[in-house]
Design a protein around this ligand. Structure first.
Ligand code: ADP
Length: 553
């Protein structure tokens, strides 16, 4: 308010200075020209007498006449007969000049004309003589425009001085008006006291509310930006009031701003748009959508007040892992059923045959042996399934302890020695003492599976080399075999559950296809990594990276 009063006063002073200056310029100009017109008339009347009393040559007398004005004598046909300032013989015809025309008609006439550059203005007075010639007196002065233009520097200087004075005065005047209204002033106008106090308390209340609101917005922004889920608030017209970074990442372009824009600018997925429409009808809508490679659960909640929808809150939760796990579980159950069914069908087949009594006594032993083998396979399978399921469960239940990896591998190699001997496979160990923090049974499972595979998928009289090295904080264990290898297309899939690479040799080798899946999950549990390189018919190398524990070596 103070600023406005101050500015208004300054503006008024400035404008009045300007108008006053222009007005003065006009007034002075008018005075000057009026005076000069009177002078022209009296000079014309005097000169006309001189001319009329002279019967020989008026030019001789007029040349001697002392005047600052221009004297011109023009014939009734417009020819210039005399001019005291210019060479009149070459002058153009003046018949149609306005002042000459009116002098011919009514005895006298006047006119004023601006020069082309507007720099000067000439005033003319014409009088008809007795011999019908016209006497014209004229004088030239600066035009009003050039007067104003010439007075510009003065005007500017005056304006600056006035503005300076008006600024100082306006400031004082503003303080004089405003200070008695300000609540902090003890000399407040009595009439205004209750009013000003009320306004002051209301202002304080509004400031407080504004501060609290700003704090809430900050808190809301902080919460909404830090939650892992996407959150969008829409107003009554489906325009975005607020949207967090997560929601933009999921639906939009992170380089664009979507606040105050229609929701349709964010996504054009028809299914999502339909859900928003339903939410605006008051319905709570849940929907799952695949966007790029991920699956998201969307919840569209209408914000209701008095049975009217004021807006919609959209919550987006990334459910990719859950959905993928559900899918894996479904696949796993289907595979388990399939894998269990095969040996069970075989067992039940042989048992049925024995039960009917049609089996020859000599066949009973081989049949029983087949039943035993299938049962052993079934038990292995079930054990593997239990191990996989255990690794899927919460990792908190596992017991970690410091384990000497060399001892663990030595022991496994010893246990598998007779199995290797059957195919005349030699196992070479290049190990050193190193401790890792691990779950003993799972670590055992990891290396047992890998070493067993290196023997199982080896060629007769092949080799297996198990060697250790240290890379930063990791102990790297390589299991290198000279076996059948893994086809290039299968390498990326061998860690999948129940996956078995299809090669000419592998069909005779028994297995569940769960071993490497247990290995992979087990290594993940220990925060390690596994790499595989393989060339068909040449051999395979598995590299296991596990973190050494602090009490190592
Ligand atoms: P399985 O019970 O069939 O051995 P795994 O999960 O241990 O199941 O292995 C999955 C598949 O990976 C195997 O069927 C086999 O085709 C391939 N594989 C694993 N280890 C080796 C290896 N050392 N050499 C060649 N192929 C291997």
């Amino acid at each position: 308010m103070k600023k406005r009063i101050f500015l208004s006063l300054t503006l008024i002073t400035f404008l009045s200075t300007f108008i006053f200056n222009v007005f003065i310029a006009f007034f002075m100009y008018k005075q000057l020209t009026d005076q000069e017109s009177v002078n022209l008339k009296s000079e014309a009347s005097y000169i006309s007498q001189v001319i009329e009393n002279n019967f020989t040559s008026f030019s001789y007398d007029l040349d001697k006449f002392q005047t600052k004005n221009r004297i011109t004598v023009i014939s009734s046909l417009g020819d210039v007969l005399y001019d005291n300032l210019h060479e009149y013989t070459s002058m153009e015809n003046h018949l149609y000049r306005p002042e000459i025309q009116s002098a011919l008609k009514s005895g006298s006439g006047s006119d004023s004309r601006l020069s082309k550059t507007l720099g000067s203005q000439t005033f003319y007075y014409a009088q008809k003589l007795e011999n019908d010639n016209i006497l014209r007196i004229s004088f030239t002065t600066s035009s009003i425009y050039s007067m104003i233009y010439n007075s510009m520097p003065t005007f500017l200087l005056m304006s600056i001085v006035f503005i300076f004075i008006s600024l100082t005065l306006s400031k004082h005047l503003t303080n004089y008006i405003i200070n008695p209204i300000h609540p902090s002033n003890p000399d407040i106008y009595d009439e205004l006291l209750p009013f000003v106090k009320k306004i002051d308390s209301q202002q304080k209340y509004i400031d407080q509310q504004k501060y609290e609101l700003e704090q809430r917005i900050l808190e809301f922004d902080a919460i909404s930006e830090n939650i892992a889920d996407g959150l969008i608030l829409l107003d009554t017209n489906a325009h975005i009031i607020s949207i967090n970074e997560q929601a933009v990442k999921i639906l939009g372009n992170t380089n664009l701003s979507y606040v105050s824009k229609p929701f349709i600018n964010l996504t054009r997925i028809i299914k999502i748009q339909d859900c928003v429409k339903r939410a605006y009808k008051g319905e709570l809508v849940d929907s799952t959508n695949q966007i790029r490679d991920n699956f998201y659960s969307f919840r569209f909640s209408p914000v209701m007040y008095d049975l009217e929808v004021l807006g919609v809150v959209v919550l987006i939760v990334d459910n990719t892992i859950q959905i993928q796990n559900d899918q894996l579980r479904r696949e796993f159950s289907a595979n388990v059923s399939h894998e269990l069914k095969t040996p069970l069908t075989s067992i039940s087949g042989y048992a049925e045959l024995i039960k009917t009594g049609i089996v020859k006594p000599d066949d009973i032993v081989p049949f029983a042996e087949k039943i035993c083998n299938e049962t052993a396979h079934l038990i292995d399978l079930i054990e593997d399934i239990i191990k996989v399921s255990k690794l899927d469960e919460s990792h908190e239940s596992f017991d970690f302890s410091s384990i000497n990896l060399k001892d663990l591998i030595d022991n496994i190699a010893y246990r598998l020695e007779s199995f290797a001997n059957k195919s005349n496979i030699s196992i070479k160990l290049e190990l050193f003492d190193v401790n890792i923090n691990a779950v003993s049974s799972i670590l055992n499972e990891i290396f047992y599976n890998l070493i067993e595979n290196s023997i199982k998928y080896n060629k007769p009289s092949g080799n297996v080399l198990i060697k250790m090295s240290i890379l930063n904080e990791y102990v790297v264990t390589e299991i290198v075999d000279t076996g059948i290898g893994i086809p290039h297309r299968a390498v990326s899939r061998i860690f999948e559950r129940f996956y078995r690479a299809d090669t000419s040799h592998s069909s005779e080798i028994s297995g569940s296809g769960l071993g490497l899946s247990i290995v992979k999950n087990g290594i993940n549990l220990h925060g390690g990594q596994i790499e595989v390189t393989s060339v068909e018919n040449i051999g395979t190398t598995f590299k296991v990276f596990l973190k050494t524990s602090t009490d190592t070596l």
